[in-house]
Design a binder for this molecule. Structure first.
Ligand code: FES
Length: 153
């Protein structure tokens, strides 16, 4: 393989700046380390305010969930959920997979809204405005010492 055979991929393909990609190339002789840099670029570019479950089932700090609103999260199965704190100190969760056609319902204050066709759900997952006609399924969570965990207590 010659230099002319090399395929150059735009840094933006990976969600990285040119500088991040150059740093990754410099570490590239270590192989795995290079992949770690690229993975880090991808995660940092995803943006948003979503949290993911840790190996111990913890998923968020209670303080990170707005009172009267929701926080977007990803469960251990990789599916989106919404952590809801309708009243201070009480956390519930619902699936963020819209029951209409499967788009991801957005976290919001007071209501949860699907960006695809405009269905609106109450914080308990019930439908307040279609086209969705069935509620968002609930997800078991519990709070322990200010940390929210997936599953029942
Ligand atoms: S997929 Fe959510 S309203 Fe259609």
């Amino acid at each position: 393989m010659t230099d002319s055979d090399t395929t150059v991929t735009s840094p933006s393909t990976f969600g990285c700046s040119r500088r991040q990609l150059l740093v990754g190339s410099g570490v590239g002789v270590l192989g795995v380390a290079s992949m770690g840099v690229l993975a880090a670029c991808g995660s940092s570019s995803s943006g948003g305010s979503s949290v993911s479950a840790a190996a111990d089932g913890s998923i968020a700090k209670l303080a990170d969930i707005p009172v009267g609103g929701a926080l977007a999260a990803t469960g251990t199965d990789g599916k989106p959920i919404l952590l809801v704190q309708a009243t201070e100190g009480t956390v519930t969760a619902v699936s963020a997979v819209c029951t209409h056609q499967g788009c991801t319902v957005a976290a919001g204050t007071g209501t949860l809204t699907c960006p695809c066709h405009g269905s609106v759900f109450a914080l308990d997952g019930s439908v307040t405005n279609g086209p969705a006609s069935t509620p968002l399924p609930s997800v078991d969570v519990h709070v322990s010492n200010g940390t929210v965990f997936l599953g029942k207590a």
